[in-house]
Ligand binder design. Structure first.
Ligand code: NAD
Length: 277
């Protein structure tokens, strides 16, 4: 497994396990154990996933220094104090005294103030790296106007149908690392049946999901594919023994069609609704 070095020199295993929508204790515990056996050392949760406590319990027997752990502050926490308080709850649930990465989940109300809280937690060593998720260029710019610490990561929806090239270019210039959520397009059938991807799968004797994950890695992104099935967990991490050529990366670049599978950060009404205020 390759490590990525962030702009504060903290290291992130380039592939992690995402646990969105996994709320059953046995399912999550089995997935974490299979993933750990297969070599995953990076786990991605969020306050809103309602599984921090079961993830914490599943990880408790493992050596804390052996894995990288991310959580995200939910949109209902709109102030400095609420962000700090909710983070303390996250730590308790996760059974740890620090996370490796703490993200603001969406650019919803109060994100500039929330960033100050993340800076405090970073300075206290309770979050080893801090960043944002689902931020567009103008929101990153607004944040950086008052920030004393630049976000280290922006975790954004990214897959071959939604490649995020403009945002990537901006982030690269600013030294903000790209992390891809929904790296497999949440299993979109059309994507898995793309002839370009199937031809590459044939060539490398890999599956289409493996080709897609390799594409993310070859673009130097951090990926967090989700699965709770042993075979798929093993399949998804078995991508560190080949690389795609420049020409093949260009072929995959041509698949971009601006198609989101998740919410749009420009949807102000949705962002407002998720604060519950
Ligand atoms: P994903 O692209 O990882 O797709 C997961 C789905 O793809 C699975 O449910 C399964 O149906 C399919 N799949 C996975 N491996 C497969 C394989 N080898 N073969 C065939 N099908 C396979 O989508 P995701 O879960 O939305 O994203 C991954 C992680 O990103 C989440 O679990 C979560 O941790 C994070 N995430 C973050 C945000 C955010 O706002 N920051 C939003 C959504 C997800």
């Amino acid at each position: 497994m390759k490590n990525i070095m962030l702009n504060n020199s903290y290291k992130v295993p380039q592939m992690g396990l995402g646990v969105f929508l996994v709320e059953d204790e046995k399912v999550l515990t089995d997935a974490v154990n299979w993933a750990y056996e297969a070599g995953y050392r990076h786990f991605d949760t969020a306050q809103i996933y309602n599984n921090e406590a079961i993830l914490g319990k599943a990880l408790a027997p493992k050596e804390r220094s052996s894995y990288f752990l991310t959580t995200k502050v939910w949109n209902s926490n709109t102030t400095y104090e609420e962000t700090l308080n909710s983070f303390e709850e996250s730590l308790q649930k996760l059974q740890t005294d620090f996370v490796d990465l703490l993200l603001i989940h969406w650019p919803s109300e109060g994100y500039v103030e929330k960033w100050r809280a993340l800076e405090t937690l970073y300075q206290q060593g309770k979050a080893k790296a801090i960043g944002v998720s689902n931020f567009e260029i103008h929101q990153l710019q607004a944040l950086m106007e008052t920030a004393t610490i630049k976000p280290m990561i922006n975790q954004i929806e990214t897959h071959p149908y939604f490649q995020q090239n403009e945002l990537r270019e901006f982030m690269e210039k600013e030294g903000i690392f790209h992390q891809s959520w929904a790296p497999l397009g949440q299993g979109l059938k059309d994507l898995f049946e793309e002839p370009v991807l199937q031809a590459l799968a044939n060539k490398y004797q890999k599956s289409v999901p493996q080709i897609i994950l390799r594409w993310h890695l070859d673009r130097n992104s951090i990926v967090i594919p989700k699965s709770v099935h042993k075979e798929r967990l093993e399949e998804n991490i078995n991508v560190f023994d080949f690389t795609l050529t420049e020409k093949e990366l260009e072929e995959i670049a041509s698949l971009d069609r601006g198609l989101r599978v998740g919410p749009n950060p420009a949807d102000e009404a949705w962002l407002k609704e998720t604060t519950g205020k």
